[in-house]
Design a protein around this ligand. Sequence first.
Ligand SMILES: C[S@@+](CC[C@H](N)C(=O)[O-])C[C@H]1O[C@@H](n2cnc3c(N)ncnc32)[C@H](O)[C@@H]1O
Length: 436
Amino acid sequence: MSQEYIIADSRQLQKEYSEKNLHQASIIITSPPYFDVKAYGEVKSQIGYKQAYQEYLSDTSNVLQQCYGISSDDATLWLVVDTIQRNRVLFPIPFDIQKTLTEYAVSGDSDQQTWILRDVIIWNRCKNLPWSSKGHFKHEFEYILFFSKNENYKYYLDRIRNIDYSSEWWLSYPERYNPNGRPPSNVWDITIPIRGWGNGYQQHLCPFPFPLIERILTLSTDEGDYVLDPFAGSGSVMAIADQMGRNSIGFDICEDYKTKYESQVLIGAQTYWQNRLIEIELERERAEHFRNTNIKLRKVKSGIKLAKIIKQALNDNSATYIIVDGNELDISLLVLQSQIYGQITDEQYIDDLKKLESEYYVKINILHKTKGETAIIELGHDNLFAYTSHRIYRTIGAFSISQVLNDTFKPSYVFSNIHVNIQNPDDFLNKNVNNL
Ligand SMILES: C[S@@+](CC[C@H](N)C(=O)[O-])C[C@H]1O[C@@H](n2cnc3c(N)ncnc32)[C@H](O)[C@@H]1O
């Protein structure tokens, strides 16, 4: 992957891009200086340093507008900014920048457009200084403003969904849970790197935490994309982008940071990513396991519900019901009677069937057979698992097909070749899904 850490004033971004013939950016992840709060190194021309607030806003917004000009149509901009206080008055920098940006847009002129604000994320930094003062609570979060140019941008939400097993409801009500996990909220808890707390790699006044960058890149980029940080600082965005197979370009006015980026941050990012790869594989296994289990539970539960409806309609207590697994979201419900009396039409419960299919997001095929018919031979010689409607996630036990077909067999069971047997839901909290 290519990486270019350029020492330059990002107010000259477009000029640098055309002179150096740099590749269009697919994403911009950055945090500008927070007005005059911190002096980054000795460089006096840095944005924020001894500037009036309006000048600072105008310079920062100008850089972001230049990013608009050198990025692809489907690009996104992720801006991490904090508010500041002056004489006990709060300056809402993130929203002042956003407002200043809107001044670049000339209505109706497609060449004069600017970033569109999509969402605002609260980044809970988890570790904070314990101070507060009159009128100002203990400060715990920063804003992340998320912009795009139009409706067409990369946003792979499934990649960052949460697999949360902490409540047992998902076992009894699988239809209420997305098999891919919960959607992430707009509050992100990500611990800020603090120098002197074991992080020897990011020697900068306010480096991004690596997990924050990873999350945004995972959500909004693909391998091979071009990542830009116009206020690169420690170069953390570039270093994580590189580990994740993305090309990166960074600008900073302070030369020292580039040296540290090369000698420390790249190594830190490498170590971080090696550990993450192991965790990511475990997370992938857990997500896959959750998805498979959720789908199995949907199939068993919807099959049991439909069996109950058909049982009432047929008024035949000796009928046996077998849920037969199909492709991804398909099942067949085998309704086996000793003898089929007259012509059975499923029309009387077609509405219930449609309702179940849409509620459980499965496709159900009903097959009426006599117990002597060969249809069940398709099930092979494997055992069938018995379920009752009050606990769908733990089978009552396994039974042979001849046992299942025995008329005296407990008629309240519904059988299936789908196996779900979760003894202790807490096991799902255990990282090692192989134990389940
Ligand atoms: C909030 S810090 C960015 C920290 C960065 N996100 C990280 O992970 O390390 C802002 C950076 O902007 C840089 N900067 C200030 N004025 C600049 C300018 N005119 N052009 C380029 N960089 C500038 C500062 O040197 C500082 O490193």
